[in-house]
Write a protein of this length. Structure first.
Length: 233
């Protein structure tokens, strides 16, 4: 089994119950309406993802990471992914500003947990927990685990980025279950899947520079990697 997404390719791994996650140089925005291929992006996102998954593992968050493979690939657990995008917001920007008219940059009293139904034809609409239950997308007891782990992962990453001069504004997580029905945090964690601002400012160091034509994406991602202590050829 293999699957090619917008930014990654998933292929059968060398052992049963494993997959190879390969990071492409492709970048998209606006539900795929804006596209580009930026040489070197895949290497940067892979390196960032590897370090952040290890950080979460070290802090008690079970992830799909098994081991490093090469400069573009990691070996991960084979999971059945919940058809949900889990978004945690620390400050307001992006779609929530457009939906609710909240001023950009507003700091929430506590991190905001949101769910989006993963469906390209419907453009990944926002749903509530009751929708998720009635559509049989996830069991209530599993969503409780997902919520707790997402909120904990957000706090871990928020503290980490604060230590390197960045504010974690929001982040998207995905989760899945293995053959034993154990839940793991899955997918990548990179500037493609979260918003980072220069500490104390609204200067983006994430995919918004591509979405809004604000800066060079590759140089922006390199800056994030540099602050994380990653050396990428």
């Amino acid at each position: 089994m293999s699957y090619e997404g917008k930014a990654k390719i998933m292929k059968e791994g060398p052992r049963e119950g494993t997959m190879i996650m390969y990071f492409k140089d492709d970048v998209t925005a606006g539900n795929g309406k804006k596209k580009a291929v930026i040489q070197g992006k895949g290497k940067i996102n892979k390196a960032i993802t590897l370090k952040l998954l290890k950080l979460l593992e070290d802090n008690g968050i079970p992830t799909h990471l098994i081991e490093d493979i090469d400069d573009r690939s990691i070996l991960v657990k084979k999971l059945k992914i919940f058809p949900l995008e889990v978004v945690v917001r620390n400050r307001a920007t992006g779609s929530i500003v457009r939906r609710l008219g909240i001023e950009k940059g507003t700091v929430f009293k506590r991190p905001l947990f949101e769910l989006f139904y993963k469906n390209d034809e419907l453009h990944d609409p926002m749903i509530c927990q009751e929708h998720a239950f009635m559509m049989n997308l996830i069991y209530p007891e599993d969503l409780l685990i997902v919520r707790n782990r997402a909120m904990r992962a957000n706090e871990i990453l928020k503290q980490y980025f604060d230590s390197i001069g960045l504010d974690l504004i929001d982040i998207k997580f995905e989760f899945g279950v293995d053959e034993k029905e154990d839940i793991y945090l899955a997918d990548e964690i990179s500037p493609d899947t979260m918003r980072l601002w220069e500490k104390g400012t609204m200067t983006s160091l994430d995919k918004d520079v591509f979405r809004e034509d604000k800066a060079d994406l590759l140089e922006t991602y390199k800056e994030v990697a540099k602050r994380m202590g990653l050396e990428i050829e």
